[in-house]
Design a binder for this molecule. Structure first.
Ligand SMILES: [Zn+2]
Ligand SMILES: [Zn+2]
Length: 106
């Protein structure tokens, strides 16, 4: 999908949503724990766990530094909505647990 089309899927308040996720993560990468430090190449970004930019539920979002984020996308563990068959980082397990609890509460 061209970048322009993907961009269109982001909600207008994406910056606000992304900011809240980064704040909740303490402005640290949830993968490697490195703090947000753009000058050192560790700009904090927000990743969609299911790969769908239209799904902005908090349990679908994770704060990652640009290095981990690029590494993640470069690993090509994504097969449609199925991801990380052999690589489940700690933050993903936490997100899965919180998503589980959420569905239990409903
Ligand atoms: Zn990182
Ligand atoms: Zn991503």
């Amino acid at each position: 999908m061209p970048m322009r089309l993907r961009r269109a899927l982001y909600p207008a308040d994406w910056e606000t949503i992304a900011g809240a996720i980064k704040t909740a993560a303490g402005w640290r990468c949830e993968q490697c724990g490195h703090p947000h430090e753009p000058a050192a190449g560790y700009t904090l970004t927000v990743h969609h766990i299911d790969g769908n930019p239209g799904n902005n539920a908090p349990e679908n979002l994770v704060a990652l530094c640009q290095r981990c984020h690029l590494g993640l996308h470069g690993k090509k563990c994504w097969v449609g909505q199925v991801m990380f068959e052999f690589f489940k980082p700690r933050w993903l397990l936490q997100h899965e647990r919180s998503a589980l609890h959420k569905s239990e509460d409903q």
